[in-house]
Design a protein around this ligand. Structure first.
Ligand code: FEO
Length: 132
């Protein structure tokens, strides 16, 4: 998929950096699926699972520390996605043919929509607090 581009910027550098990494990991996943590399597929899903949790915790803690009013709804979206990634990871551990392009598309679309719609909502709030 096309990777991160400035349209996805939330105007807070550390969070943009983490989003770039998530795009990269999902891209790597796509490459592994296309090339049928089951070993790197397993490793990348584990990495994606870990990094997703790391990013969500970072973002939520930041929003919490700045008293962001939309945090609870935001957190619920994170929880749903984290559960999906975990489910894919567990399925893959049992049968590495289960991670299809459909699942990859789901991951890509979720990430894009979440950043463009939900994450973007905190940009101006954090910027007004002096965070870039
Ligand atoms: Fe950047 Fe809400 O995930």
């Amino acid at each position: 998929m096309a990777g991160w581009n400035p349209d996805y910027s939330v105007n807070v550098a550390p969070l943009d950096d983490q989003h770039k990494m998530l795009f990269r990991l999902i891209d790597d996943l796509g490459e592994s699926i296309r090339q049928g590399k089951s070993e790197s597929l397993g490793t990348t899903v584990i990495e994606l699972d870990n990094y997703t949790l790391y990013h969500f915790i970072t973002e939520e803690r930041l929003l919490e520390s700045y008293g962001y009013p939309g945090l609870e709804r935001h957190r619920k979206e994170h929880e749903k996605f984290a559960a999906s990634v975990k489910e894919f990871k567990n399925k893959l551990a049992q049968d590495n043919s289960t991670l299809s392009m459909d699942i990859l598309n789901y991951l890509q679309n979720w990430l894009k929509n979440h950043i463009l719609v939900t994450d973007k909502k905190y940009s101006s709030y954090l910027n007004e607090k002096g965070l870039y």
